[in-house]
Design a protein around this ligand. Structure first.
Ligand code: GLU
Length: 467
């Protein structure tokens, strides 16, 4: 049996969860969960200035909202500093690393001289082969004794074989003179200790992979499978930035996209399965594979997101939709729905969910069932309430009193009322929408009347018939 898959997402707390991080997390989650493996979360919080509890919480919140559950405890990279230092010291003992006593000034002087002489400015430490007995009692860093010749090769599942010349990689620092580990060492040690088998991350980390593999080789540890995915670009093909719109996952939550839609949309940003655009989690879990990740950057396309979102809203179970709506209202600081409003929304859901692209869209369409009398028509729908239309509504109230409250019977009554006044049905529907919902864009008048029931519908129509 092959070893169990273990993936991880290793975000640095930056204050918010970037959509690119969310996409990387999703890919790792899909890959692990689709294979019965583990998905781990490590916070790369060694930059103490940025790593506030709030910044970490922003990541956890993004993960939870997206429904990307992780196994075990959240790992803090910072808290593992002693372990990182221990590995650096073990490398020292094994002779795969060395103490370097060069000062910043000496390194600077080396670089300047190299530049002046037209040589590579890559620092070559004079301490690489100096025996311990000749070491001064002075501050030092621990550097990797990296191979000086040959190549470091990454067999990447997305980028293919990527080769780095060793003479272009310097002996990187593993442990600083204050005893703190460098990022490069920390990532390797953490991935190893967490038994990570597959490293799926942005291709901005590709050159780091070469350095990390050098440390892995020095430790004789197994090299994980790498998949460096192209970063997300804006619709104009340029690197994603604020001017392209929302960058944070929480902003998408606040726009009212259901998390399931976001997962579907993010999965398609850089990964494909034939022509499938719309799919469920179960399908994504079954289909997701590293071979489906493309080599060119995916472009963010909010129109497409709307489309994906509309499909998911239509697919979702009513209860789940109601829960997502509650979450949306809470996130955006809006009042929660009362029990009566929840009940009403559930009754109306069948005629709302097919046409809503987002949760606020759904709420807007469901406004008729969320509002209570007196209905105050907005400006657009109020225009449909004229003396003439009020008269017609008044007549209708009487006719509907006796109609049986079924779609067929209501259709019959409204159609003949329109005919009796020489109106097209649409001309009758506008004042009815104003009466029932106070809005111009609503579900069909029949659906609204069926959802509201006879008494409430008649009361609203009666209200509107009076100036
Ligand atoms: N902390 C890095 C980031 O936020 C990710 C490192 C990794 O995945 O190896 O970009």
């Amino acid at each position: 049996m092959s070893e169990p898959v273990v993936t991880r997402i290793a975000p640095s707390p930056t204050g918010f969860m970037h959509i690119g991080t969310a996409r990387t997390a999703l890919f790792n989650w899909l890959f692990a969960r689709g294979r019965g493996g583990k998905f781990l979360l490590r916070i790369e919080d060694t930059d103490r200035a940025r790593s506030t509890p709030e910044a970490t919480e922003a990541i956890l919140d993004g993960m939870r909202w997206l429904g990307l559950d992780w196994d075990g405890d959240v790992v803090s990279q910072f808290e593992r500093a002693d372990r990182h230092a221990e590995v650096a010291r073990a490398m020292l003992a094994q002779g795969t690393a060395y103490k370097c006593f060069s000062t910043q000034e000496e390194i600077q002087a080396f670089r300047e001289a190299a530049k002046a002489e037209g040589r590579s400015t890559l620092f070559l430490s004079p301490w690489r082969d100096v025996p311990e007995t000749e070491h001064p009692d002075a501050p030092y860093v621990i550097r990797l004794k990296a191979p000086r010749t040959g190549e470091t090769v990454i067999e990447d599942k997305v980028q293919g074989t990527v080769t780095f010349r060793n003479d272009q990689l310097d002996d990187m620092v593993l442990l600083r003179s204050d005893g703190t580990p460098t990022y490069m060492l920390a990532v390797v040690v953490d991935d190893h200790d967490m038994d990570v088998t597959h490293v799926i991350r942005g291709d901005d980390h590709l050159s780091n992979a070469a350095r990390q593999v050098q440390i892995i080789h020095a430790m004789g540890w197994p090299v994980p499978v790498y998949a460096h995915i192209p970063l997300i670009h804006g619709p104009d093909g340029k690197k994603l930035s604020k001017r392209h719109g929302a960058l944070g996952v929480s902003e998408y939550a606040a726009m009212g996209y259901p998390a399931a839609a976001m997962r579907n949309y993010l999965a398609r940003l850089g990964w494909s399965h034939g022509d499938d655009e719309l799919f469920t989690d179960a399908q994504a879990l079954e289909w997701f594979d590293l071979s489906g990740i493309g080599r060119s950057p995916a472009r963010l396309d909010l129109k497409k997101l709307d489309h994906v979102s509309g499909w998911h809203i239509a697919q979702m179970e009513d209860d789940a939709l109601l829960a997502a709506t509650g979450d949306y209202l809470a996130r955006t600081g809006q009042p929660a729905l009362s029990q009566a409003q929840k009940d009403g929304l559930l009754t109306a859901m069948y005629c709302l969910k097919d046409r809503a692209r987002t949760l606020p869209d759904l709420l807007e369409k469901g406004q008729f069932v969320l509002s209570s009398r007196p209905i105050r028509p907005d400006e657009k729908s109020a225009a449909a309430l004229t003396d003439v239309s009020r008269g017609i509504l008044s007549e209708l109230t009487a006719q509907l009193q006796n109609a049986s409250w079924t779609r067929d019977a209501l259709e019959g009554t409204l159609t003949s009322a329109a005919e009796a006044h020489g109106l097209k049905f649409g001309q009758l529907a506008s004042p009815l929408r104003a009466a029932l919902a106070g809005r111009a864009a609503t579900p069909s008048v029949y659906d609204m009347m069926l959802v509201l029931g006879r008494d409430e519908s008649l009361a609203r129509i009666d209200d509107a018939s009076r100036p």
